[in-house]
Design a protein around this ligand. Structure first.
Ligand code: CTP
Length: 402
């Protein structure tokens, strides 16, 4: 996600400095090249060696360093950055930036950079609500500085309230957002994810192995690229993606109702959900007791939501770009092509679910993408995050061709 991105991570002096270690780990794991600058107060809380070891780069602490100054350290660092994050950002450093004071390596480099700056404040609640701090923040926001707001909680100083550094994952998400091209801005995308559950009685249900990971990865990626995302989710154990509207449903019929209620507003519909094809004809209102030696449950066909979407006549309005998924154990390309044609789709993502590293309940996937015009391409084994990016790349191209 962050390959080839150069990020400066500025760390100020506060008890939350230790959380910057986790943020650094997330950034480097995503492929970013990270250069850490620490204020002298920050070094009281965490040793520079920790950041140096985890970033594999020297940590900058001094404004005037004889070796780096041969190329004017703070200027070359500022010029090379794609993003500058300050986490934790203290009231003092935010105040200095707002006032244009540049008296150490961190504040000088912030002043010199043309890269976007993301500030993650952490401070005592009374400092945070102080009108001086609030005015500084408002001024910086007006000037285009990005903020990852602190959260409420018990603070190290003993107070309860707003001022706790946002979670490293939330700061990471904002960093990715800031670095992602908004090539889906203006597009409304509906994504379905996860399994459906078809209840037999209040205790039991029929379902499948879908974890929802692929659909959620698509929702996160589409939102980062600027789309309005409406996620219709079957039961999953996944966290709600930030900035996405999520509607939870249980059965195929509920999913259909939700999808149909919103399709008219959508430019793209991606049906990554593993919808149960059948449901019990009767849902017992009380628990079925273990009396008989064998039980037969009559099943009836569920609506095929995707096929119904493909069959809708949208009149003057453009048909949304329809993307289906095909979960197959054999004849992958043939079966997927058949679904593409029969359900009148623009694109289908075919998964070979017989492989242990692809399809249901794993973090990786291997897919074949097939398009309405007969073209296709193969995506070798990759993470579901990466596959989500590739799928959206193809959608962006096809949307511009429409
Ligand atoms: N789908 C749907 N409604 C259903 C069944 C499937 O919208 N009742 C959608 C899925 O979300 C997926 C695509 O249709 O995008 C293909 O689903 P899949 O389970 O692979 O195929 P089916 O059409 O159900 O056919 P089969 O189970 O026979 O392979």
């Amino acid at each position: 996600m962050l390959r080839n991105k150069k990020i400066i991570l500025g760390v100020c002096g506060g008890i939350a400095a230790y959380k910057a270690i986790e943020l650094l780990r997330l950034l480097t794991k995503a492929g970013a090249e990270v250069h850490v600058i620490m204020t002298s107060a920050a070094q009281e809380f965490v040793a520079p060696l920790t950041f140096q070891t985890l970033s594999s780069n020297p940590v900058h602490t001094e404004l005037f360093n004889l070796i780096a100054e041969r190329e004017i350290g703070h200027i070359s660092l500022a010029d090379r950055a794609d993003l500058f994050i300050v986490a934790p950002a203290t009231a003092n450093v935010i105040g200095k930036i707002a006032a244009g004071i540049a008296d150490d390596m961190l504040t000088t480099t912030v002043m010199a950079t043309k890269a976007p700056v993301l500030l993650a404040p952490a401070m005592n609640v009374n400092m945070f609500t102080n009108p001086i701090y609030q005015e500084n923040e408002q001024k910086l926001r007006r000037l285009g500085y990005l903020f990852e707001a602190p959260v409420c909680g018990s603070l190290a100083c003993g107070w309860e309230g707003e001022g706790k550094l946002a979670a490293p994952e939330a700061i990471f998400e904002s960093a990715v957002m800031a670095l992602t091209e908004k090539d889906l801005a203006g597009q409304t995308i509906m994504i379905t994810a996860g399994p459906t559950r078809e209840e037999i009685d209040p205790v039991r249900y029929i379902s499948n192995h879908s974890s929802g990971k692929m659909g959620y990865a698509l929702a996160r990626a589409a939102r980062r690229r600027g789309a309005q995302v409406h996620l219709v989710s079957g039961p999953t154990a996944l966290a709600k993606p930030d900035g996405v509207t999520v509607v939870n449903v249980t059965s195929a019929v509920e999913m259909k109702n939700e999808v149909m209620a919103h399709v008219a507003e959508c430019d793209v519909v991606i049906k990554a959900a593993a919808v149960a094809d059948y449901r019990p004809l009767v849902r017992n209102s009380v628990k079925i007791k273990k009396k008989a030696d064998s039980v037969t449950i009559e099943l009836v066909k569920n609506p095929d939501i995707l096929a119904e979407l493909g069959g809708i006549d949208h009149g003057l309005k453009k048909q949304p770009f329809l993307v289906g998924f095909a979960a197959e154990t054999d004849a992958l390309a043939e079966n997927a092509a058949k679904k593409l044609h029969e359900k009148k789709l623009d694109m289908i993502v075919a998964n070979d679910i017989s492989q242990p590293d692809a399809g249901f309940n794993v973090d990786t996937n291997r897919a074949m993408l097939l398009f309405k015009d007969g073209s296709s391409c193969r995506c070798e084994l990759m993470s579901k995050e990466q596959l989500a990016g590739t799928i959206l790349d193809h959608i962006v191209v096809r949307l511009t061709e429409r």
